[in-house]
Design a protein around this ligand. Structure first.
Ligand code: NAP
Length: 306
């Protein structure tokens, strides 16, 4: 069994910033990450709204730098998932992983959220065969092709604009006639000659023999159904919190986000939440990093009194 003063769950902007602060404060720190560090930022193309980078910074680059910086001060990164956390009878917390038990005196929850699926026929079967949730990862496969982008938020438009580097035509299908995305992205998308919009429309089915060939669309106002020939369907319809393993350990809201005191304290003393996993979080990289810092300082203060 390995023991640390701080265990951080999740290696996105919140978790990596928290680990930078705790390890730099000489607290023994372990950070658990089940995929690659960086979280959602690692699969984002260009980040334009992180201060200090007037030309923008590539998501994977800033993720790598954050990891390097945390490691420099002694953070131990465990590339595995925490399956369960319990309050240990002798104080502190017990974390169960496939690689055995870890103990920590305090815990920072920063597991973020994962992309939401549409839940339509063909989506699961054709994932990796034309259905994708990551333009940065898969965009290059669609050179000279036509793709659909589903969603009307910042992700849909940012990733849709990115896809125009490869695709001949990007058609954004949105279930309403008003976009949720920020005005700057709306303007860029609307001015991009490779982007079209289909409004008030849902994707009902994705079809194809071994690869995506068409989508069945339905206008939600008129009820009109149509077939849309297409090579790829990129889905950006928001996220759901990665908190299933936290049920019964900390208080969650009705959507599964971790409740806090308005700041980073959860209902369990010594357990803090930072970034997108926290109910009410702003869901921006810079805010996630700020919350990571706040959680680290709160953990530090907590540890001074145990
Ligand atoms: P989001 O803002 O929640 O938008 C999700 C979009 O998908 C909405 O337009 C929503 O439609 C639509 N949608 C949801 N469920 C759907 C369903 N079942 N079928 C069809 N459409 C559905 O999610 P996001 O775009 O991933 O952004 C998440 C957060 O990250 C936001 O706070 C965003 O600002 C932030 N973000 C920021 C940037 C940036 O600053 N550059 C980039 C990416 C993300 P309705 O509009 O009708 O609800």
């Amino acid at each position: 069994m390995k023991k640390f003063q701080v265990a951080i769950l999740g290696g996105g902007g919140a978790g990596l910033t928290a680990s930078l602060y705790t390890s730099r404060a000489n607290l023994s720190t372990v950070l658990f990450e089940k995929l690659t560090p960086g979280g959602q930022i690692a699969v984002t193309d260009l980040v334009e709204n992180y201060p200090g980078f007037p030309e923008g910074v590539l998501g994977p680059d800033i993720a790598m730098k954050m990891e390097e910086q945390a490691k420099k001060y002694g953070t131990v990164i465990e590339y595995q998932e925490v399956k369960k956390i319990l309050s240990a009878s002798q104080g502190g917390f017990s974390l169960e992983t496939a690689g055995g038990e870890f103990r920590a005196d305090s815990v920072i929850l920063a597991t973020g959220a994962s992309f939401r699926m549409l839940g339509v026929p063909g989506e699961r079967e054709l994932t990796g065969k034309g259905v994708s949730y990551c333009a940065t990862c898969d965009g290059a496969f669609f050179k000279g092709k036509n793709v659909l982008v589903v969603g009307g938020g910042d992700s849909a438009l940012q990733e849709g604009i990115f896809l125009t580097r490869f695709a001949t035509r990007v058609t954004v299908v949105h279930r309403r006639d008003k976009l949720r995305a920020s005005p700057i992205l709306q303007q860029r998308a609307k001015e991009n000659p490779k982007i079209d919009f289909i409004w008030d429309t849902a994707v009902e089915k994705i079809e194809g023999q071994g690869k995506v060939q068409r989508a069945q669309l339905k206008n939600l106002k008129s009820g009109h159904e149509s077939e849309f020939p297409v090579d790829g369907v990129f889905i950006f319809i928001g996220h759901d919190p990665n908190s299933a393993f936290l049920k019964g350990f900390v208080d969650l809201d009705e959507k599964g986000y971790v409740k806090s005191d308005g700041s980073v304290k959860t209902n369990v003393p010594g357990v803090f939440a930072a970034g997108e996993i926290r109910a009410g979080a702003t869901k921006q990289l810079v805010a996630a990093c700020g919350e990571g810092c706040e959680a680290a300082l709160a953990a530090q203060e907590f540890l001074e009194h145990v």
